[in-house]
Design a protein around this ligand. Structure first.
Ligand SMILES: *Cc1c(COP(=O)(O)O)cnc(C)c1O
Length: 351
């Protein structure tokens, strides 16, 4: 017996690289290529550093109320965390305690199985269909401890409609269903309107992608008051002060700049649709992404080879060495200029 026998051993999630070189085209972690709202800049400029002396508001009031107003829900239906990763981890810990397996797709956000392992939550992965869409029937009539899937799914980018989400949520009233809407603002329809109808639904969103604030770490969940209260109890049993007071304020400020938000999402969507045409012309195929990335495979060149050759040119995309998707690349949507550099490099590599 030694102390290592008593360590909680985990295989951690592998985040995308954050290379620090100055001149590179970074299309590997689905960040927004446009800067945050000017209101964020102003909030930081006007920030009174004396505030750092004090603990931040443990209930994250200003941002919680701003989100409640924005999404037209009660403030007791909103949970805010340090990025949606923190929100999702809290939700796993709070919701999935039946001992029965939690269900999620075999191809999905690769943090779900890591949290499940970390928290000793049993889980079962459900294969996507061959076209990488989720089969709703696989989540109906099954004994399970809960359900989670991103919509649009990651890394496929494929969106399921509201009727699909409702079908799954309504068929599983005895467990919590989490819809991870990290990419919903790029053309999807949110399940938020269903929250008042189903108290077993938790919708999770993030500022990291559509609001250009991955570095600020803001995520939130909206659900029934009862469920949110249980999540708050878990949070306050673990770490009361999560967001900094500066981030709480700039998070609220961001929501006031709807025009800029719409403009940035619109630009990403337009570039994505152009990228689909360019990639198709280069011999790639892909599902019809509604996210800020495209998950593509090439008809002749292996994905790993393209990945390596792009990297030599300081162009970073994401490659997953995993079953079923090890011949795919996930390409985040950058600015039009960045995408043109990518297409030019791909033309050279593919020949
Ligand atoms: C990016 C992402 C998240 C996490 O985002 P945060 O930066 O932690 O808010 C969660 N789920 C999915 C599917 C994502 O792609």
């Amino acid at each position: 017996m030694n102390w290592e026998d008593n360590i909680r051993k985990v295989v951690p999630y592998t985040p995308g690289e954050q290379p620090q070189a100055a001149r590179l085209v970074k299309l590997n972690t689905n960040e927004n290529p446009y800067p945050p709202s000017k209101r964020v800049e102003q909030a930081i400029r006007e920030y009174n550093t004396d505030n750092l002396r004090k603990y931040p508001d443990p209930v994250i009031g200003e941002l919680t109320v701003a989100l409640a107003d924005y999404y037209k829900v009660n403030k007791n239906q909103v949970f805010v965390g340090v990025g949606s990763d923190d929100v999702l981890a809290t939700a796993f810990l709070t919701c999935f305690n039946s001992g029965k397996p939690v269900l999620f797709p075999d191809i999905t956000y690769s943090f779900y199985d890591v949290w499940a392992d970390l928290f000793r939550i049993p889980y079962k992965t459900v294969p996507l269909k061959d076209d990488f869409s989720i089969c709703a029937d696989d989540y109906i009539g099954k004994e399970c401890g809960g359900i989670i899937f991103p919509n649009p799914n990651a890394p496929t980018g494929i969106l399921e409609d509201l009727a699909f989400v409702e079908k799954i949520v309504s068929a599983n009233p005895d467990v919590i269903c989490i819809v991870d809407e990290a990419y919903i603002d790029f053309g999807g329809v949110s399940a938020l309107p269903l929250v008042d109808k189903y108290d077993n639904l938790l919708v999770v969103q993030t500022y990291s992608k559509s609001r250009s604030l991955a570095g600020a770490r803001i995520g939130f969940a909206i659900g029934s008051e009862k469920l949110i209260k249980y999540m708050q109890d878990v949070k306050f049993s673990y770490n009361s002060y999560t967001l900094t007071n500066q981030v709480i304020h700039l998070g609220a400020e961001t929501l006031k700049d709807e025009e800029y938000f719409k403009e940035c999402c619109g630009k990403v969507i337009a570039t994505r649709e152009r990228a689909k045409k360019e990639l198709a012309a280069l011999g790639f195929s892909f599902g019809d992404s509604v996210a800020n990335f495209i998950f593509a495979t090439h008809k002749s060149k292996p994905a790993k080879e393209i990945f390596d050759k792009l990297r030599e040119r300081n162009i970073y995309v994401r490659y997953f060495n995993k079953p079923r998707i090890d011949n795919h690349l996930r390409i985040s949507i950058g600015t039009d200029e960045e995408m043109d550099i990518l297409f030019e490099a791909l033309r050279e590599i593919i020949g």
